[in-house]
Design a protein around this ligand. Structure first.
Ligand SMILES: *Cc1c(COP(=O)(O)O)cnc(C)c1O
Length: 480
């Protein structure tokens, strides 16, 4: 299947629709824009009819893979199905048509929604307050580290290091570096959790804090979390939780109860706002009392039932996003939380964990499980056994596309060779999990009997195996 670029479909003079000429004089670039700001060459836009535009994009949408089309077990990304009721709420004109520059008293409903969502997120995470401003998990991390820095500065010494486990998501050390701290790697032990001896060796008065993901990127719950928090707090450091895996623990435990001081939440993961080409995201941060005064401005306050924006917060780190963050995502997450209720959210986490453990049970005899612990909502296999037969994790991922599934995350976390990171989420039925497990078992069989098939996969997709090394070195060429 081939699809031309929309520019290749263009024919001069072709139009979607045309309006009749207006009788009263209208403004034109010539009579309204000063000469020096006017473009000198005509704007290069494709000229196509309405049905050509519609068909072009519908054809593209069927070539693409997405959560509305099939199972998407992309580990770490929580690609759960996005309920359509969220979209319905976000499209209501009172939400969709408000402008961020409107006077606050004309959008009190929107302010109330953001105020209540922040309160619910603080409640779910066991924190005192939250800011909805950050646009994604990574920006939530950056905001959280800025809060930690501000806290230490208020005590007179910013400190210089942040500890990060070697299993962490790449955004963790990146956020630490951008905040001007040194990221210090802490080793994992044989169970895939933080090595307490190694942690002890890094603790001193220069530690501003530690970033930890719980359950971690192997899908394993850090059982020593109370102890770890005590150790880091013992040298005056703060505990940051990367909350990207919150979908495993909703209603079961809370970062605040474990001892964390700040956590980010990926609304586009745990709270079902669309992502993966469907964005934008949203990465609120929630904090304990001692960090509250440092949160970004404006803060929305409830003054006897009236909601107002407050900028007068002298200790605040300032703004981290224009206006109030990605409001459309706030509406979707709010709808998701209220439509499920506390019991529903808890059930989702329980089912996410059951689905992951069910899949693992079907696969563990044929794939290597590098860390033995019982996983939570996701698990990481290694394709080392298949690699010995010539079939790498990449080949398995590509072959899954032929079986009609999105591939799992591969080669992450870095501490696992040939990693296959699988996160089914709670929205998938048993039949889907069975079909996916069957496909992986078939690929394992192929790695014995016909390794050339996975090695040259995918064969049934619109575009076959890409030469990624060529693509990385020739960024102006789409594919060969
Ligand atoms: C997704 C993820 C992030 C980054 O979140 P974004 O919203 O993609 O910026 C950070 N840490 C972990 C463990 C993640 O899975």
């Amino acid at each position: 299947m081939t699809e031309k670029l929309i520019f290749e479909l263009s024919h001069e003079g072709r139009r979607g629709y045309a309006l009749p000429k207006s009788d009263p004089p209208t403004s034109t670039p010539e009579n309204s824009i000063p000469e020096r700001f006017r473009r000198r060459t005509s704007l290069e836009l494709p000229e196509v009819s309405e049905n050509e535009v519609v068909r072009h994009f519908v054809r593209l949408s069927t070539m693409n893979y997405h959560i509305d089309k099939g199972f998407y077990p992309l580990g770490s990304c929580t690609m759960k199905y996005n309920p359509k009721v969220n979209e319905k709420a976000a499209a209501m004109e009172g939400f969709a048509d408000v402008h961020p520059l409107q006077p606050a008293e004309t959008v009190e409903g929107a302010l109330e929604l953001m105020h209540d969502l922040a309160r619910m997120l603080a409640n779910i995470t066991g924190m005192t307050a939250a800011s909805l401003q950050p646009a994604a998990g990574a920006q939530g991390e950056l905001t959280g580290i800025m809060l930690i820095r501000k806290y230490h500065e208020s005590k007179g010494h910013a400190r210089s290091k942040i500890l990060v486990p070697d299993s962490a998501h790449g955004t963790n050390p990146a956020s630490v570096a951008i905040s001007g701290y040194q990221a210090v790697s802490v080793k994992s032990n044989r169970n895939g959790t933080v090595d307490l001896e190694d942690l002890k060796n890094h603790l001193d008065q220069e530690v501003a804090g530690m970033m930890l993901t719980n359950p971690n990127t192997l899908g394993i719950f850090e059982r020593d979390i109370i102890q770890i928090c005590k150790m880091v707090h013992g040298v005056g450091g703060l505990m940051y939780m990367d909350g990207a895996n919150l979908n495993a623990i909703l209603g079961l435990t809370r970062p605040g109860d474990m001892g964390f001081d700040v956590v980010h939440i990926n609304l586009h993961k745990t709270f079902s706002t669309p992502h993966g080409g469907g964005g934008p995201g949203s990465g609120p941060v929630a904090v304990v009392d001692r960090l509250k005064e440092f949160l970004p401005v404006p803060v929305i306050e409830n003054e006897g039932g009236r909601f107002a924006l407050k900028y007068d917060k002298p200790q605040s780190i300032g703004k981290v996003h224009s206006f109030f963050g990605n409001f459309g995502m706030h509406v979707r997450a709010y709808t998701y939380i209220l439509s499920h209720g506390a019991d529903g959210l808890k059930n989702n986490s329980v089912n996410a964990v059951i689905n992951a453990n069910y899949l693992l049970a079907k696969l563990r005899d044929r794939f290597e499980l590098p860390y033995e612990s019982t996983p939570m909502h996701e698990f990481v296999l290694s394709a080392d056994i298949q690699k010995d037969r010539g079939v790498k994790a990449l080949d398995i991922a590509k072959r899954l596309l032929d079986y009609g599934f999105h591939a799992p995350t591969i080669y992450f976390p870095l501490i696992v060779h040939e990693a296959l990171m699988i996160e089914p989420t709670e929205t998938e039925a048993k039949e889907t999990l069975d079909a996916f497990a069957d496909a992986l078992l078939k690929i394992d069989e192929e790695s014995r009997s016909a390794p050339e098939i996975p090695k040259s996969a995918p064969a049934t997709t619109p575009v076959h195996r890409l030469d990624d090394a060529f693509a990385a070195r020739n960024i102006n060429v789409c594919y060969r």
